[in-house]
Design a protein around this ligand. Structure first.
Ligand code: XMP
Length: 333
């Protein structure tokens, strides 16, 4: 655990100048560590893996191989943004894998939340390992580990129970045990964002709200079906767009839609219309251990309700979740 402790002399990275200094140091360190060998990275498009990718592209260019696995549970436009930023603008060595069918076929009929999480986590590793086996000469695995992850695993090693099983690319099979490159492992989230901006990543990517590894899989409640997943993705995109329009996007910590596996009777175009409800969740928190509800103005709620019920096939009601954490967790599953 000795080299897993943030050095006491390490200054908090709060400015661009400090971020630039950190970036220069990490570039030198990574180059010294990997030499002319290749490094593999699972690039989810989340803040941490994106910042690692940008940093490593700067340090070792095409020696970095990024794999973006689209598990079919991404939000609208998310995989496209990864391809645009990393594949096109930063000219990264990027492999894009559309594994939607693999995931959705495995998840068909599975309604128990922990089973869903375990299937998604394990299949993510399978898909990533399949890609890794096709590549030659990979010696290192880069990870977007940050300091809270290290503190959390220390806590778990001390026997404290996790509420939900989170997933990452730890746990690769035996034949793929690479040495790790973890340039952000002593940084807190706010520092990662400062570094990301200093690296020139888009603001929306660096200040992206947290998004769980299992993605929309834990928001398409119960057994996932393609039509309900599609409705959820469209409704969520509308919510995000309107939070942007009303200036709430940077103010609220996390907001999203969940769609349960139940229908209610409604009416549309003078006919009976059975549809799913879209549930809005909007919360604020410091550390995700507890959370309070954002008091979203009625004007916003009306606009979102109006748009979702008119624009999204299959949804006939919109509800607002008023439950803080505890007793609700932030996600519904
Ligand atoms: P809960 O639902 O436990 O969520 O109150 C707390 C925070 O963690 C996020 N979350 C995840 N993040 N992998 C992640 O990286 C996961 O499997 C996962 N599950 C939940 C959740 O969105 C919230 O911000």
């Amino acid at each position: 655990m000795e080299n897993n402790k943030r050095p006491e002399t390490m200054e908090r990275i709060t400015t661009k100048a400090l971020a630039d200094k950190f970036i220069e140091e990490q570039i030198a360190e990574v180059r010294a560590q990997v030499g002319d060998k290749k490094v593999l990275l699972a690039l989810s498009g989340g803040v941490d893996s994106s910042v690692v990718a940008a940093l490593l592209i700067k340090a070792i260019g095409k020696q970095l191989v990024c794999v973006h696995v689209n598990h079919g549970l991404m939000r609208k436009g998310e995989s496209e943004a990864v391809i645009e930023t990393f594949g096109k603008e930063l000219d990264a060595n990027l492999i894009y894998v559309d594994a939607t069918d693999r995931f959705l076929d495995l998840l068909a009929g599975v309604s128990e939340p922990e089973s869903k999480r375990k299937i998604i986590g394990a299949e993510f590793i399978n898909v990533f390992a399949d890609e890794a086996r096709k590549l030659e000469g990979i010696a290192y695995l880069a990870q977007g580990t940050i300091y809270p992850d290290i503190l959390e695993s220390i806590k778990q090693a001390e026997g404290k129970k996790a509420v939900k099983s989170h997933h990452n690319v730890g746990g690769l099979p035996e034949d793929l045990q690479f040495e790790l490159v973890e340039p952000l492992k002593f940084l807190f989230k706010d520092e990662v964002r400062v570094v990301g901006e200093a690296l020139g990543l888009p603001h929306a990517m660096v200040y992206r709200q947290p998004f769980p590894g299992p993605g929309l899989g834990v928001r398409c409640l119960g057994a996932i079906t393609r039509d309900r997943l599609h409705a959820l993705r469209e409704a969520d995109a509308i919510l995000r767009e309107e939070f942007d329009n009303f200036g709430l996007a940077g103010k609220v910590w996390q907001y999203f839609i969940a769609v349960p596996d139940m229908k209610s009777v409604g009416v549309k175009d003078d006919s009976r219309y059975e549809g799913w409800p879209a549930i809005i969740r909007a919360v604020n928190t410091k550390d995700a251990m507890t959370a309070t509800i954002e008091e979203v103005p009625y004007e916003v709620l009306h606009k979102v309700t109006n748009r979702i019920t008119n624009e999204v096939e299959g949804i006939n009601r919109v509800l607002f979740d008023l439950t803080p954490k505890p007793t609700g967790t932030i996600e519904w599953e």
